[in-house]
Design a protein around this ligand. Sequence first.
Ligand code: MG
Length: 393
Amino acid sequence: MPELTATVIIPAGGQGTRLGGERPKQYQPLAGRPVLAWTLERFIACPQIGRIVLVLRPEDMDYCRQHVLAGLAAATIGPMVAGGEQRWASVLAGLQATKEEEDIILVHDAVRPFVSGQVIADVVEGVCQYGAAVAAVPVKDTIKQALDGQVVQTPLRDQLWSAQTPQGFRRQLLLEAFVRRPQDRPITDEAQLVEALGHPVHLVQGDYRNLKITTPEDMEWAAWHAAREETAVPERLSRTGQGYDVHRLVPGRPLILGGIEIPHDRGLAGHSDADVLTHAVIDALLGALGAGDIGRLFPDTDARYKGISSLVLLGEVVSRLVAKSARIIHVDAVVMAQKPKLAPYIETMSRCLAQVLGVNPNRVSLKATTTEGLGFVGREEGIAAQAVAQVIY
Ligand code: MG
C-alpha cells in the first residue's frame, strides 16, 4: 500500500430526479453503466485510496448492490452506510463509520464521475501538507451577486474559484468541524465547516471535466464524454525487451549471422540455420511484447523449422508486432565472436535485418566484439549474441 492512504466518503443518497427517469441521477446510465459506477471506478483505480465508504438511503441499498456494485471489482468498498436526508448528514454518518486510524478523509460527490486520478492524488497530498484541501477551478464567467433580480455587486473574478470535490481533511479536523457547524446557513460543502473553525483550506487545481451532473445539459455532455472515453485508444507505452543466445561452432555448416552467409571454416549448429544474432533480436522483440521467447514460439521439436532461415522466423515476429500496431523504435545488438572478423559485414547485416523488420537501417544498430580469447567465445567453441529492442504499442 502506498504511504499516503485515504478513505473516501461518497454520499449517494440524493433523490434528484430533475433529469427525468424513475431513479435519481446517480443511477442513470452513462455509456451503459450507472453514473455512480463510473465515480466508484475512479477511486477503485486510485492507489491512494484504501477504502470507499458509500452512504445511501436504506431503500436504495439493494438496488445499488445489484445494479452498481455487482459489476465492480469492489474490494476497497466497505459496508454501505445508511445516510441522512441532507447531504451533510450523510457525510457525517459516513465519517462516523470510519476508524481513528483512517487519518485522511476525502468527500466526493456521487455525480462527479470524471474525476481524474491526478486530482484525487493532489487532494490527498494537499491534506497531508495543510490538513484541509479542496479541488477547485478558476471561475470563467463574471459572477454577479443579486437580490430580487438586481445586481448588488460584482466580485473580482480573479479571486473566484468553483469548489469541486474531492475535498479532503484530517479526520479529527472534520469531526470537530461537524461538531461546531454553523446553524445559520445551508451547508453546501464540507470545506466551509472547516473554514468556519478558522482553519486554512488549501486549494488544489481541479479539472473542468470533473463536472457535477446537475442539469439535463450536464447529462448530455457526460453521455458524450463517457462514450468518447469508452472508445479511446489507451495510451501507448514504450517497452524494452532483451535477448541473448549462444550456438556452438561446428565444421560442415555455413556461418549465418544477421541473415547473411559469412565465409568461415565452420558454422553454427542448430535446428534452424542457427543465426544466433537474429535469434537474440527475435527474443528482444518478443520480450518487449511480453510474448514469451523463440523456443516457445518455434520449438526445435517442430519439423517445420528444421533448417529454416531465421529471417523467416523474424518475419513471423514482425507480423505479431503489426497485429498489435506496435512500432519498433530501435534495436541494438552485439555479436561476440573470436573469429571471423565481422566488421566488414556489419552494415550488410543491419540492412538485411532492417528490411525484414520494416524499419530504416538507422534503427538497427549492430556491433561485434571478441572476448580477448577468454571463455567459450575466446576458445572459438561458439558464438554469442545479445540484443535490446524498444517498441511502442
Ligand atoms: Mg538460438
